[in-house]
Design a protein around this ligand. Structure first.
Ligand code: HEC
Ligand code: HEC
Length: 422
């Protein structure tokens, strides 16, 4: 809960104190530095004297944004037989008896492996890796790892045959504010749901209907959120258990009585101006820049286009803002594509189907590895090293993947070097 006065300042973390000294009166514009403090500061269980940041849970996955979204894109893949780390979130739903999908009746929309004292956590998810093998045209073998999941220690019984789940990793957020600014018409101009041009690449928007108005989905692995506030309010309620005026619900599924009975941190737990500051901070994270002097002769970029990667991973998006040209190199079209059975989660999300995923932006792709940090790729973090991500492409991207596997090893290396310099 956020009282209007600043009496509580001494109880806050050092970062927050200095940011609370603005003048009273007219609403100041959202302060991204204040938002950064919220991004990095762990929420605590209610009741707490730290009223600005209490209300964690009762069920949650992590206490702060930065526990999942590392600034340098670090993501570690769990080992065989290990539980999923916090940053790999399991989203849930359940088939409705009459058709369509709803949140899971016992566990809600997000599986929460953590809980505050006195409330049972929902359980844990163990991953088992299965190795699949194949051969490049030059005779070298390739391998890729497929995940199998096992739910253990479930607090409210088995998930049941009507449940569907989707395992999703947290990516670095640099550049999301720029993606939010791309005019919807620019994105829609690239959509080709019926494949009218016959190139095998479709691409369709995910439509998110709010208050009867369809809006273009942009964020999340299935473009399941139309704007940053929607995505961030969802993260707050689903993964940290913090309510906002945009998502005022309790976050406790109907049978979870101890979750419902636990104290909350106010209604809502995060005030509108604090949410606005957090959104302003995330929106201001500059797009990642490629390595200087990277791919000097342009061989990698040419190969990327020749293999058909650029049909989805759009190397350049341009538009005009107040008469000025704006150009981004996000390597995404923000559209959904069918990537085949191998990557399917069989769980529809808004208008996205079970085999569809948003083209992942590739900017910043090599940053974690360049910093010597672990990295893994694709929505569920299954791919490591990078070439495994390409080998998993199927569906609309099958021809592109096959073209990659027919390249001789040095040309494959040229492409991977290009990707790692982005
Ligand atoms: C427990 C881990 C976790 C926490 C904590 C978390 N996130 Fe996320 N975040 C994710 C996952 C997983 C996704 C992908 C969600 C999806 O596909 O629906 C995501 C997606 C996002 C996206 C969209 C990125 C994109 O490229 O589309 C934004 C923005 C974001 N989170 C911001 C935040 C902020 C701000 C916070 C803190 C309030 C936060 N997240 C807390 C795991 C987390
Ligand atoms: C039909 C559209 C399409 C084509 C063509 C395509 N991709 Fe993708 N790519 C996607 C989608 C969608 C994803 C997200 C899949 C997922 O996470 O399950 C993705 C994910 C990736 C990733 C993982 C990024 C990350 O951070 O997790 C890499 C790397 C990648 N693509 C590289 C390539 C390369 C290289 C090519 C050409 C050989 C290519 N893609 C062709 C649509 C495409």
């Amino acid at each position: 809960m956020r009282p209007r006065s600043i009496r509580c300042a001494p109880l806050l973390t050092g970062t927050l104190i200095g940011l609370l000294t603005g003048p009273a009166g007219a609403e100041p514009p959202p302060d991204p530095r204040r938002g950064e403090a919220f991004f990095n500061t762990a929420f605590v269980a209610a009741p707490s004297p730290a009223t600005l940041r209490d209300g964690l849970g009762p069920l949650f996955n992590a206490a702060a944004c930065d526990q999942c979204h590392s600034r340098r894109g670090r993501r570690a893949r769990p080992g065989d037989g290990e539980p999923l780390p916090n940053a790999l979130v399991v989203q849930l739903s359940q088939r409705r008896p009459g058709g369509g999908w709803a949140p899971h009746t016992a566990y809600g929309t997000t599986f929460n492996p953590l809980a505050v004292a006195g409330v049972p956590a929902e359980g844990r998810v163990i991953v088992h890796w299965r190795t699949e093998q194949g051969r490049y045209a030059d005779g070298k073998n390739w391998r890729r790892q497929a995940p199998d999941y096992e739910f253990q220690a479930l607090s409210h019984g088995p998930l049941g045959p009507e449940a569907a789940f989707s395992v999703r990793g947290a990516a670095a957020l640099d550049g999301v504010g720029a993606l939010a600014r791309i005019p919807a018409a620019v994105v829609l101009a690239r959509a080709d749901a019926e494949d009218r041009d016959g190139d095998g690449i479709r691409g369709r928007p995910n439509w998110i209907v709010e208050d009867g108005e369809p809006r273009l989905g942009r964020f999340g692995w299935k473009a399941n959120h139309p704007d940053l506030e929607s995505q961030i309010a969802a993260a707050l309620i689903n993964e940290q258990g913090i309510s906002t005026s945009r998502r005022p619900e309790s976050g406790c599924a109907p049978p979870q009585k101890r979750c419902q009975a636990a104290p909350n941190g106010g209604e809502p737990e995060m005030a509108d101006d604090d949410l606005a500051a957090l959104v302003a901070f995330v929106a201001g994270l500059a797009p990642p820049a490629p390595v200087a002097g990277h791919d000097p002769a342009g061989h990698g970029a040419a190969l990327f286009r020749a293999l058909g990667c650029a049909a989805c991973h759009q190397p350049s998006i341009e538009w005009r803002e107040q008469g000025q040209p704006v150009r981004l190199a996000p390597y995404t079209d923000l559209l959904l594509h069918d990537l085949g059975e191998g990557l399917a989660d069989h769980r529809p999300d808004q208008h996205a189907g079970g085999r569809e995923w948003r083209t992942t932006p590739l900017w910043g792709l090599g940053r974690a590895r360049r910093a010597g940090l672990p990295a893994c790729y694709l929505h569920d973090c299954r791919a490591r090293p990078l070439e495994e991500a390409i080998l998993w492409h199927g569906g609309e991207a099958a021809a592109s993947r096959d073209a990659f596997t027919t390249l001789p090893a040095p040309r494959r290396r040229t492409l991977l070097d290009f990707l790692e310099g982005l």
